[in-house]
Write a protein that binds this ligand. Structure first.
Ligand SMILES: [Zn+2]
Length: 424
């Protein structure tokens, strides 16, 4: 591969949290295109540039991380995801804001900063329902404009020491900084957390919410691996990072959204009582082997056989004359389809509800993305639910398909056929 203009910013030979060079490769999905880049034609989609999709484990602090970092400008150039589009996400934000106010004792007039706050969905709840001051920090200018229009002041920049200084100069020191689904996307996590420490009030809190590394392994969520997700995170490496910066992890809470996430609370050393949840999470990770390379090597064998089994079963259905389609042209769907090397020989089309995706083609595999009308006009025998975390909603919203005899296939954590008893 030509490295000169390959889009790879750097290769990871030292752990991004502890700096150790003792890294062990445990999963190799081969060369993959960027999972969010849908193409204008099927041949463009198949010809997309590919990068090595490999995950390695830090034998010192237990952080799992990709072997390469792709240029963020290339990765996020087509970033179209908007938080407020999903009602489930807006509900999640409301519960989160109220729960944080309660547990941290936020008072009217306190400042809350949301890093990569997207279109301001979370901060709008803080501002409108909880009477606190808010600042959103998000580099995507189109999203910043939407947030501003909703009355959420937004600094349109990446988070770092300079942005932290700007927040303090313009708004004062926050009592709470939130970062949901951001930490795993960040390359220089040390500078990211250090900037939050400099910005926060002495007794303030940094709250990170990210997909939990234990669920990633336990539920075989290998399809959540894509180039935006640089790290697959346990509590242990975050605790070490916090301690090395003079901070404590003082609480951890488990959330069920997105296949299992954790909410981690960090404050300056000694400013918050450390709850028993922290020790319990660390002890459980250790007891179940997540601080040891062997678990990851076993997992690699499981994933290889999951993919082989999935390909064999889908191929057998296809050879038996079945017509197969898929639901949701999401990043995780594209990882699965590419790992299976499926194209239109196997999967006729992908149904999706996002207007910007319809009429385009899935990266690497070149499968057309269509709207829901195709599901009734040209129904498949089987619909692979690529967005398995929304399986219930997808089955419930396609009852016409199932009433006509259509069946669903769930790929993760193992191949499973579902016959819905929903009646039209
Ligand atoms: Zn490490």
């Amino acid at each position: 591969m030509n490295r000169e203009n390959s889009g790879i910013v750097r290769e990871i030979s030292n752990c991004r949290i502890c700096g150790s060079s003792d890294l062990g490769l445990y999963l190799d999905l081969g060369m993959m295109p960027l999972a969010n880049n849908l193409a204008a034609t099927s041949s463009d989609a198949k010809a997309m540039r590919r990068y090595p999709m490999q995950v390695q484990y830090c034998c010192d602090c237990s952080l799992s991380q990709l072997t390469v970092v792709i240029d963020p400008c290339e990765l996020f150039s087509n970033y179209a995801y908007r938080s407020s589009i999903s009602q489930a996400y807006v509900d999640h934000c409301r519960m989160m804001a109220h729960s944080l106010r309660e547990s941290l004792g936020l008072k009217p007039g306190d400042l809350v900063v949301d890093i990569a706050g997207n279109d301001g969905a979370l901060l709008a709840v803080f501002k409108d329902e909880l009477d606190v001051r808010v600042v959103n920090v998000d580099p995507a200018q189109n999203l910043a404009a939407i947030a501003e229009a909703a009355g959420v002041p937004t600094i349109s920049k990446f988070w770092g020491p300079e942005t932290a200084e700007q927040v303090v100069a313009e708004h004062g020191k926050p009592m709470l900084i939130t970062a949901t689904n951001v930490f795993a996307h960040v390359d220089d996590v040390r500078s990211f957390v250090a900037a939050a420490k400099d910005c926060l009030s002495e007794d303030g809190t940094l709250m990170l919410e990210f997909p939990y590394g234990v669920d990633f392994i336990e539920h075989r969520e290998f399809d959540t691996i894509y180039f935006e997700h640089l790290s697959y995170v346990l509590l242990e490496p975050v605790r070490r990072l916090a301690e090395s910066l003079g901070m404590d992890v003082f609480d951890v809470q488990k959330q069920d959204i997105h296949g299992g996430t954790i909410r981690v609370f960090i404050g300056n050393e000694g400013t918050h009582a450390v709850k028993s949840s922290v020790g319990e999470f660390i002890a459980k990770e250790q007891r179940e082997g997540y601080h040891d390379a062997a678990v990851y090597e076993d997992w690699n064998r499981e994933i290889d056989s999951l993919i082989a089994d999935f390909v064999a079963k889908i191929t057998a259905l296809k050879q038996g004359g079945a017509k197969i389609a898929a639901f949701a042209a999401s990043a995780k769907g594209n990882t699965l389809l590419n790992a299976c090397r499926f194209d239109t020989e196997t999967v006729d089309y992908i149904v999706d509800d996002t207007p910007e995706k319809i009429g385009r083609f899935s990266p690497g595999t070149g499968i057309p993305v269509v709207d829901r009308s195709v599901l009734s006009a040209d129904p498949p025998d089987y619909l692979i639910i690529l967005a398995w975390n929304f399986a219930k909603e997808i089955v419930a919203s396609t009852d016409e398909f199932s009433a006509a005899g259509g069946k669903y296939i769930i790929p993760i954590p193992a191949f499973k056929v579902i016959v819905s008893n929903a009646k039209a």
